[in-house]
Design a protein around this ligand. Structure first.
Ligand code: 5GP
Length: 188
């Protein structure tokens, strides 16, 4: 998606270890006009997929997910990174975060992801695919179907998309980064 690519090149900042910082328009300060355009692109790409619910994981997936849910007029569920003591019918999975170098528990209530649901997962980044695999696991536990996964930015060199597609899931990324070697952003 051209406007996102241009924005990444203009405002994205590269950090050692293959980390891209997009804090000025996605992850901290947010650009709602860009967010709306990105959500419209997901709506186009997943049109006709029979999706009835959007799923994301807190925190940075929530903004794009709610924008997609708003446009599709569908409910949005965000998986939580801490187990709330009051949550009933909990679905739980473990996700390793390479940016934080730790494994955390992610959960969602079975009240909101249920058998028969066709889920579209939305997140900001796709890197190694660990968060995505965890979400596929949650959706499977619920007896629902992961009908598609949409990422704003895919870091192709970390191989996450291959892993998710090997699970039989359709993956769409709006901007694909080939390399961040030498702290230079190379887009596909
Ligand atoms: P994965 O689970 O695919 O390895 O990593 C995806 C998650 O890690 C995303 O939800 C995102 O929050 C975070 N992440 C991965 N790579 C980056 C990055 O380069 N920059 C930022 N800001 N977050 C990232």
């Amino acid at each position: 998606m051209q406007i996102l690519k241009e924005r990444i090149l203009k405002d994205g900042k590269c950090f050692p270890g293959g980390i891209l910082k997009v804090d000025s328009f996605i992850n901290h300060q947010m650009d709602p006009v860009l967010m709306e355009a990105m959500a419209e692109e997901f709506v186009k790409r997943f049109e006709g997929s029979g999706i009835n619910k959007i799923l994301t994981v807190e925190a940075s997936g929530i903004a794009p997910a709610i924008m997609v849910g708003y446009l599709m007029k569908l409910p949005v569920v965000f998986a939580k990174k801490n187990k709330p003591s009051t949550m009933e019918n909990m679905l739980v999975t473990e996700v390793f975060s390479f940016t934080k170098n730790k494994t955390y528990t992610v959960c969602a209530s079975k009240d909101y992801i249920s058998e028969g649901d066709k889920i579209l997962f939305i997140d900001d980044f796709l890197a190694n695919g660990n968060a995505g695999l965890g979400m596929i696991d949650l959706v499977k536990q619920a007896g629902a179907e992961m009908a598609g996964m949409g990422f704003l930015i895919e870091k192709e060199f970390q191989g996450g998309a291959v892993k998710l597609r090997n699970e039989g899931v359709r993956v769409e990324s709006l901007a694909v980064i080939e390399s961040l070697d030498n702290c230079t952003i190379t887009l596909k």
